[in-house]
Write a new protein. Structure first.
Lengths: 439, 83
């Protein structure tokens, strides 16, 4: 495995990160590494919290973590430093390369956090943020020579938060394959589409929700020349995969299955939703194994986290598998994702997955985006409602609503049919480009 | 928005027709005394839930806030949402 330092050295004075405020070259990033290393050494410190979400700073710190045992805690503006567990006890706080503050500790460090590694915050879908203890080796485990060679020299656009698990994957992939990472200020799809065209972006990774927003925004202004399209963070539905391949016929369309806790597990590039059922019977690259228990996908992977920092129990089974929270079902030769276990809605005594119904709506050519949620009612416990963003060419709202009700009654069992449609301009999206809002 | 009894019956008729149209089922004429769920009408509890949800958003009222209230006929349903 090539080191991050080697890859940055290979870039030399050429840009690695392109930002509004100017490029950062490989040489500049390695100079930052030295600065951070000096600060660690002069304070006799080994644990560092970074609040600087500039990818150039992240790369500099990752090089540092590569060459000496250090605990690197990655803060996120979207989560807020005040939400960090006290147990993390960073000795240094990086606000920017020029502002590294020392912190007095109230007690000696103990347990998990005194160890080296990368500490990632995960906002999850519910509850307070968790701190996931990962290692650099695990984070780069799936970046094999073959994929690095295929992606070599790519121009990547960052759509994720830099310090999220997915953001780290993009930053590391771009740097290790000696590519360029484009970072914009704005995060609207229109702004990202503009950047993609301006810089000739070839590699773009985002959630399915992000991609649908981008497709809606691309209706004006032309297409970037994408070579690699990657979907992650949410289950990829067939309609979105099909639309992307139709819109970008020259691109390789890949959906990846990964989580902060499990690491990157596998990727699928055959154009179909879900993954081959045969994968349940074999060991996958990187030593990944998959199985289904009680309808839930469970995984074993060397790249999984060490655990949660702060004493939270890890979600392992007694025999050491990670329960993913994703409910799946086998259909013919395929394992398909139905939805998250905590998002099941009970309609008239029957279980329904809102995401499954959203995927059905997305298959309608006039639907650009759909969010399905539960509406409580006294007769059936709940029924489903749907927010729909119309695609180009859609008729007026009241006509589209009727059309969609007919479409759902035709193709879904009655309890899965949304009983209220709202035509909206956009659906609520989290800072990590996942659909949010009341269930 | 406050609706009178007759207006509510008309609204229920309208919502019901939309559901029946979408299902491709012939429309039916509603009146005060038609039972809602005994099979007289070609609807199930999910369709009725849809009618209730639309009445809730049309009137801004939630008569079931504190628990379920029995109703048998179209007229009784309308009275739950009346002023």
């Amino acid at each position: 495995m090539k080191s991050l330092r080697t890859a940055l050295e290979a870039r030399g004075d050429a840009a690695v990160v392109l930002r509004e405020e100017g490029p950062a070259s490989g040489v500049e990033i390695l100079a930052r590494t030295r600065r951070f290393e000096d600060a660690l050494v002069s304070h006799g410190a080994s644990r560092l919290l970074s609040l600087d979400e500039d990818p150039a700073t992240l790369l500099a710190l990752l090089v540092l973590a590569e060459q000496r045992p250090a605990g690197l805690i990655l803060g996120r503006a979207s989560i807020g430093a005040e939400q960090l567990p006290d147990s993390l006890e960073p000795q240094l706080v990086v606000h920017s390369p020029d502002r590294i503050a020392a912190r007095a500790l109230s007690a000696p460090a103990c347990g998990e956090v005194s160890r080296a590694g990368i500490f990632l915050l995960t906002s999850g879908t519910t509850g307070p943020p968790k701190v996931v203890h990962q290692t650099l080796e695990a984070l780069t485990a799936r970046m094999q020579a073959e994929s690095l060679a295929r992606n070599r020299g790519g121009i990547w656009l960052l759509t994720y938060e830099t310090h999220s698990f997915a953001g780290l994957q993009v930053v590391l992939s771009a740097a290790l394959s000696e590519g360029v990472l484009v970072v914009g200020q704005g995060r609207t799809p229109a702004e990202l589409a503009r950047l993609a065209r301006k810089y000739g972006v070839t590699h773009l990774s985002g959630t399915p929700t992000f991609w649908r927003s981008l497709l809606l925004a691309l209706d004006t202004g032309g297409l970037p020349a994408l070579r690699q399209i990657t979907l992650g963070g949410e289950a990829a539905d067939q309609a979105t995969l099909d639309r992307l391949q139709r819109t970008f016929p020259q691109a390789r369309v890949t959906h990846i299955y990964a989580s902060t806790e499990a690491g990157a597990l596998f990727s699928v590039s055959d154009g179909r939703a879900g993954f081959p059922a045969a994968w349940l019977e074999q060991e996958l690259p990187g030593g990944v194994r998959l199985r289904i228990r009680d309808g839930m996908l469970e995984v074993q992977a060397p790249s999984r986290m060490r655990g949660y920092a702060g004493g939270e129990p890890a979600p392992w089974t007694e025999d050491g598998w990670l329960r993913t929270g994703d409910l799946v079902q086998i259909e013919a030769d395929r394992v398909l994702f139905r939805g998250r276990h905590d998002q099941v809605v009970n309609v008239a005594g029957l279980k329904v997955f809102p995401d499954e119904v959203a995927a059905y709506l997305l298959a309608h050519p006039l639907v650009g985006e759909a969010r399905v949620y539960a509406i409580p009612n006294p007769l059936t416990g709940a029924v489903l409602g749907a927010e729909v963003v119309p695609a180009a060419g859609a008729p007026p709202p009241e006509v589209l609503e009727k059309e969609l009700l007919v479409w759902c009654l035709k193709g879904l069992p009655p309890h899965k049919v949304p009983r209220r449609f709202q035509i909206v301009e956009r659906v609520a999206v989290s800072s990590s480009w996942k659909k949010t809002g009341p269930q | 928005m406050t609706m009178g009894h007759e207006e509510l019956i008309t609204r229920i008729q309208l919502i019901l027709n939309q559901i029946l149209d979408a299902k491709g089922v012939p429309r039916v004429e509603l009146s005060e005394d038609v039972p809602v769920l005994d099979g007289t009408l070609p609807i199930d509890s999910l369709d009725l839930a849809q009618i209730v949800i639309e009445l809730q958003s049309a009137t801004g009222k939630d008569p079931f806030r504190d628990g379920f209230i029995q109703f048998r006929t179209v007229g009784e349903l309308a009275r739950l949402f009346a002023a």
